[in-house]
Design a protein around this ligand. Structure first.
Ligand code: ATP
Ligand code: MG
Ligand code: MG
Length: 570
C-alpha cells in the first residue's frame, strides 16, 4: 500500500512530534461500545486510529467502552475483536473502561473534595427543567451548595448501594449559565443496580460517558483522542475534567491499576474531532441494524447485505478494499454522504487484481455441438488471470454439450445484440466459433437446446483461430458441471437516503425486495476444491466468494460480491 495521504489530524500529529509534545509519542485508541457489531463507518475510525499509530511507531488500544451495562453483551465483545483483526489491525492492549471503575471513583472523590462536584437529589425530569435551553440559561440545583463533607458522605453511600436507582446523581459543579449546555453541571455518575458483564454486582453506580471517556484516555496514556464531530461541543467538558483531575500529576488516582499490575503512565490527551463516514443506500445506526436483525429482515448481523464488517466480510469484500476506500475518502471536518458506488469500485479494483477467473453459468440453456461425438471430452487450459501470468493455468473440461447463459441467445435479436442467434455465429470462450443450426423448444415455447456446429478451423492454434465474430460467450461443460447454490445480492435499500423519514416513510419502507435472489448455477468443476472465503471472478458475471459458513465441497455455496460494472439504476 502507498504512503498515506496527509490530512489535518495527521498534520497535528506531525506537528506535535516536531514540537516534542508527549515526548514525541503517539498513542491512540478505538473505543467501541459493545452493544452491536461494527459497521463500515466504524472502519473509518479504526483505519484512522490504528493507521496513525502504525505509521508513527505508536500504540493503539482497543478499548471497550462498557460503562452502560444494560445494552452490552459478550457476543459483541468477541465479534468486535474478530472484525478489527479481519480489517488488518492489531491492538497494543485490550482494555475495558470498566477496568478503571476504581480510578473513576477516586477521581470523583477528588472533584468533590475540591468543590468541583456535588450530589444532587433532583429527579431526571427536574434536572431537565433546571438545565435551561440554548437560548435560556439554566438554574442552579438547590443541592449545589452542599458541603464537601455531606457530598462525600452521600457519594460514598451511593457507592455502597444505599439509594435506589435514579434517586441521586453526582454532578460536576461548573456553570449553569454556560452557553454550552454540556457545561451546565453535567451528571458524572448515576445509580443503576444492574449486573455488569465484567464487574458483576460490584458497582451500583456507573459513570457517564463524557466523564469516563476522558479519564480512560488519560489513564491509557493516549496522546490524540480522535472522535466524531458530534463530540465537538463536549470537548470543553473533556478538557475541564482532565484539567481538574491532573492525572499525570496525581498518581494516587491511578494507584489502584498499578496495584493490580496494569501498566499506567497517565497523559494529558487532546480530543480532535473528524466527520463521521456515511454511505448512501445504507443505514449505519447500531439501533437500526439491531432492529433489522431482531425483526429478521436480514439473516443475522453478518448477512452479506448488512453494512457491518462481518457482513462485508461474508459478502466477500476484501479488507484491503475497505481500507483503500476510507483512505480515498480522507479525513476532514466536512460532513458528507459518500456514494456507495465508490466503495463498490474499491472492491472491484481489489478483486480485479487478486481474484482468479472461473467459468460459471447462472441461468443455463443447453448448447449441443452436433459435429462432435456424443462421448467427446477434452481438457482445455485456461489462464487463471488475464493480467497476471504468474497466476498460472488451470484445466477446464470441455465436451460436446455445454451450458451457456440463457441471455446469450436471442431468437429474434434486438438491435446491437452480438451473441448467438438462429443461423448466427458466436465464439465459445477458449473453444472456437459455433453456428446455431437449430433451436429446440418446449411446447410452451421455452428454448431447451441450441444445436450448433463447431468450426474446427477456428479452434486455438488452427489457422482460422483469429477469425472475427462479434461476440464471445462463456460456457460450462454440462457433464462436468458442478451444481451450486449462488446467492445474488444487491443493495439492501432502494433509496439513497433510507434514513430520511421526512416523507412519512422509514428505512423499513425502503428495503429492496430484490436484494437477495438465490439460484442454482453450474460451475466449472475446479470450484469444488476452493476454500471458504476465497473470491473468484466468474467471467462476465461478477465477483463471487465461497460462503464463509455454508460453502463446502459437497454443498458449494457462492455469494455475489459485486457485478463487474456498476449496474445500479438511479
Ligand atoms: P452508533 O451511533 O451506530 O451507535 P457509535 O458512535 O455510538 O455508533 P461506538 O461503538 O461508540 O458507536 O463507536 C466506536 C467508535 O467508532 C467511536 O469513536 C465513534 O466515534 C466511531 N464511529 C462510529 N460510527 C462512525 C462513523 N460512521 N464514522 C466514523 N467513526 C465512527
Ligand atoms: Mg452508540
Ligand atoms: Mg458511541
Amino acid at each position: 500500500e502507498s504512503p498515506p495521504p496527509n490530512h489535518f489530524i495527521r498534520q497535528i500529529v506531525l506537528d506535535d512530534r516536531t514540537a516534542g509534545k508527549h515526548g514525541g509519542r503517539v498513542a491512540t485508541r478505538f473505543p467501541p461500545e459493545p452493544n452491536g457489531y461494527l459497521h463500515i463507518g466504524h472502519a473509518k475510525s479504526i483505519c484512522l486510529n490504528f493507521g496513525l499509530a502504525r505509521e508513527f511507531g505508536g500504540a493503539c488500544n482497543l478499548r471497550f467502552d462498557d460503562t452502560n451495562p444494560v445494552k452490552e453483551d459478550v457476543e459483541y465483545v468477541q465479534a468486535i475483536q474478530d472484525d478489527v483483526r479481519w480489517l488488518g489491525f492489531s491492538w497494543d492492549e485490550l482494555r475495558h473502561a470498566s477496568d478503571y471503575f476504581e480510578v473513576f471513583y477516586r477521581c470523583a472523590e477528588k472533584l468533590i473534595r475540591n468543590g468541583k462536584a456535588f450530589v444532587c437529589d433532583l429527579s431526571a425530569e427536574q434536572v431537565r427543567e433546571y438545565r435551561g435551553t440554548l437560548t435560556e440559561p439554566g438554574r442552579d440545583s438547590p443541592y449545589r451548595t452542599r458541603s464537601v463533607e455531606e457530598n462525600l458522605d452521600l457519594f460514598r453511600r451511593m457507592r455502597a448501594g444505599e439509594f435506589p436507582d435514579g434517586a441521586r446523581t453526582l454532578r460536576a459543579r461548573i456553570d449553569m449559565r454556560s452557553g454550552n449546555i454540556n457545561l451546565r453541571d453535567p451528571a458524572l455518575y448515576r445509580i443503576r443496580k444492574v449486573t455488569h458483564q465484567n464487574t458483576g454486582d460490584a458497582w451500583p453506580i456507573y459513570p457517564m460517558y463524557d466523564y469516563a471517556h476522558c479519564i480512560s484516555d488519560a489513564v491509557e496514556g493516549i496522546t490524540h483522542s480522535l472522535c466524531t464531530l458530534e463530540f465537538e461541543d463536549h470537548r470543553p467538558l473533556y478538557d475541564w475534567c482532565l484539567d481538574q483531575l491532573d492525572l499525570p500529576g496525581d498518581r494516587d488516582l491511578t494507584e489502584p491499576l498499578r496495584a493490580v499490575g496494569i501498566r499506567c503512565e497517565p497523559s494529558r490527551p487532546q480530543q480532535i474531532e473528524f466527520s463521521r463516514g456515511n454511505l448512501d443506500y445504507t443505514v449505519m445506526s447500531k439501533r437500526k441494524l439491531m432492529a433489522l436483525v431482531q425483526d429478521r429482515l436480514v439473516d443475522g448481523w453478518d448477512d452479506p447485505r448488512m453494512p457491518t464488517l462481518a457482513g462485508a466480510r461474508r459478502r466477500g469484500f476484501p479488507a484491503a478494499a475497505i481500507r483503500a476506500f476510507w483512505e480515498r475518502v480522507g479525513i476532514s471536518k466536512q460532513n458528507s454522504v459518500i456514494d456507495v458506488g465508490v466503495l463498490e469500485g474499491c472492491v472491484r479494483e481489489a478483486l480485479d487484481t487478486q481474484a482468479p477467473r472461473r467459468l460459471a453459468v447462472l441461468d443455463p440453456v443447453r448448447l449441443a455441438i452436433t459435429n462432435l461425438a456424443d462421448d467427446h471430452v477434452e481438457t482445455l487450459s485456461f489462464p487463471n488471470h488475464p493480467k497476471n501470468e504468474a497466476a498460472g493455468n488451470r484445466d477446464v473440461p470441455f465436451s460436446n454439450t455445454v451450458w451457456i447463459e440463457r441471455e446469450d441467445f436471442m431468437e429474434t435479436p434486438s438491435k446491437g445484440f452480438h451473441r448467438l442467434v438462429p443461423g448466427g455465429e458466436v465464439r465459445l470462450r477458449g473453444v472456437g466459433i459455433v453456428r446455431c443450426e437449430e433451436v429446440v423448444k418446449q411446447d410452451d415455447g421455452t428454448v431447451v437446446e441450441l444445436r450448433c456446429t463447431l468450426d474446427a478451423d477456428t479452434r486455438p492454434g488452427r489457422p482460422g483461430a483469429d477469425r472475427k465474430v462479434k461476440g464471445t460467450i462463456h460456457w460450462v461443460s454440462a457433464r462436468h458441471a458442478l451444481a451450486a447454490e449462488v446467492r445474488l445480492y444487491d443493495r439492501l435499500f432502494d433509496a439513497p437516503a433510507p434514513d430520511d423519514d421526512s416523507g412519512g416513510k422509514t428505512y423499513r419502507d425502503h428495503l429492496n425486495p430484490a436484494s437477495k435472489r438465490v439460484v442454482r448455477g453450474w460451475l466449472e468443476p475446479s470450484l469444488a476444491r476452493v476454500t471458504n472465503e476465497s473470491t473468484y471472478q466468474f467471467e462476465r458475471l461478477g465477483y463471487f466468494v465461497a460462503d464463509r459458513h455454508d460453502h463446502g465441497a459437497a454443498t458449494p455455496v457462492f455469494n455475489r460480491v459485486v457485478t463487474l460494472r456498476d449496474t445500479w439504476a438511479r
